[in-house]
Design a protein around this ligand. Structure first.
Ligand SMILES: Cc1ncc(COP(=O)(O)O)c(C=O)c1O
Length: 432
């Protein structure tokens, strides 16, 4: 290795690099969390949680919302409330995050993978019915990358077979269909609020219970769920503060290197159950667990600023779209999608990701089936080659961030180079 190549790996000079993290939070949120940590009062439980849940119910017009330490824990609780057990099957898209099949496997049930459309990355609803068996207990409606899936078609199939629908709104908080929010249309919907999502509470999630039939049962189950302990909760709040500083585009050139070190030292914490296919192996924190009081206050502020957040994202998506013209202007402005990222398919994806990396760390999402998993697919009951469109998309997906810390003008030249390269894949249905 030459000295030059060693030097190239070091964070040697201040450098503006945009990335996907922590781009929606305010200085006030930082100040409050810092003060609360110092005072060490009402960290785990307190009145902010109830205020946050009430605000969420009002904002999304939901009958009942319960908050969790992460979205996946909310999903696991939904399965529990539905009485899911051994040999039961849940139909999910194969283009998802590994924590989704994991929650099903932790319930001793089986994920059944449906293929997706390569134009909106959502489940191909024409392929669902063939997967229904006597063991099917629910259909999972994931709204991928801010674009709503065809929830009407899914509900029609679900009604025909008398199956509940669980919406996954981890990537689409705020999207609307027929004046209803994503997550309030199926029997249940769940959301994620981790540092890469539409709103950021470091880690976190919540469940909307939309079918009255399940509300009492959900409340009973929720009563049994505990909180993360105080030291762990403080670490998550500290992680929020450190990320806000170090993942800022002005600091990211350094933060990128300090983050793994801080992780090793235990200064920053994230949930790390992606690689665990047995719930008993999760020993560092309870799974499931409730959301904390200290971060609920951040959640309140994030929801109060949601309109501004979504408008800004739409503006950035529109900027990208003026260059690439993947979507129609109507589609960009349609409330059915919220532009968590601006996503499309390209050839030579790894080349382009690397090419952009001097100015923007794209950390492209979902580059494998059940993202977070890159081997031993039999652990999650997937057979490579099983769903061709999903596998095609994993190889060609390209997505650009849209949060408030993104200044797309800084990468304009690169965007035009990509556009003019001929590497953009325009399928029949790519243009809406
Ligand atoms: C599609 C999808 N569903 C569910 C989740 C789970 O959310 P959380 O990380 O809050 O558990 C994620 C996480 O990124 C996701 O991408």
């Amino acid at each position: 290795m030459t000295i030059k190549s060693i030097l190239a790996t070091l964070p040697s000079y201040p450098h503006h690099i945009m990335n996907v993290y922590s781009g929606t939070n305010s200085y006030d949120e930082f100040k409050h969390t810092f003060k609360a940590l110092i005072s060490s009062k009402n960290i785990v439980n307190g009145k902010e949680i109830e205020l946050y849940e009430k605000l969420l119910e009002k904002t999304f017009k939901s009958k009942k919302i319960c908050t969790f330490a992460s979205g996946r824990m909310g999903f696991y609780t939904i399965l529990k409330v539905m009485g899911i057990q051994k040999n039961d099957e849940i139909i999910i898209p194969s283009y998802t995050c590994v924590v989704v099949p994991n929650a099903i496997i932790y319930s001793e049930a089986k994920p059944i993978y449906c293929d997706i459309n390569s134009f909106d990355f959502n489940v191909d609803t024409t392929k669902i019915e063939a997967l229904i068996t006597d063991n099917t207990k629910a259909i999972y409606a994931q709204h991928t990358f801010g674009q709503m899936c065809d929830i009407d078609a899914i509900k029609k199939i679900a009604d025909k077979y008398n199956l509940p629908v669980i919406e996954d709104v981890a990537l689409s908080l705020g999207a609307q269909h027929d004046k209803k929010y994503a997550g309030t249309i199926g029997d249940f919907g769940y959301f994620s609020t981790d540092r890469t999502k539409i709103i950021n509470t470091s880690l976190g999630g919540f469940v909307s219970i939309n079918n009255k039939k399940y509300i009492n049962k959900f409340e009973e189950e929720y009563e049994k769920i505990g909180f993360l302990n105080e030291p762990f909760t403080k670490k998550l709040a500290r992680t929020f503060l450190i990320d806000l500083v170090m993942m800022n585009p002005y600091m990211y050139w350094l933060g990128k290197f300090t983050n793994p070190v801080f992780r090793k030292l235990g200064f920053v914490k994230y949930f790390l159950d992606e690689k665990k296919h047995n719930k008993e192996e999760i020993t560092e924190y309870p799974y499931p667990a409730r959301f904390s009081n200290i971060l609920a206050k951040v959640g309140i502020s994030q929801i109060e600023n949601l309109d501004k957040n979504l408008t800004q994202r739409r503006k950035i998506a529109s900027y990208y779209n003026d260059i690439f013209k993947i979507y129609s202007d109507t589609y960009i402005n349609d409330k059915r999608n919220v532009h968590i990222r601006y996503s499309f398919l390209i050839k030579n994806r790894d080349y382009w990701e690397n090419y952009f990396s001097s100015k923007i760390d794209l950390s492209i999402w979902f580059k494998t089936i059940a993202a977070g998993k890159d081997e031993d697919y039999e652990d999650i009951h997937y057979r490579l080659g099983q769903n061709k469109e999903s596998e095609f998309v994993t190889k060609h997906i390209f997505n650009l961030p849209t949060h408030q810390n993104i200044t797309p003008k800084r990468i304009e030249k690169m965007l035009y180079e990509l556009k003019n390269s001929g590497d953009i894949i325009r399928g029949e249905k790519t243009s809406f």
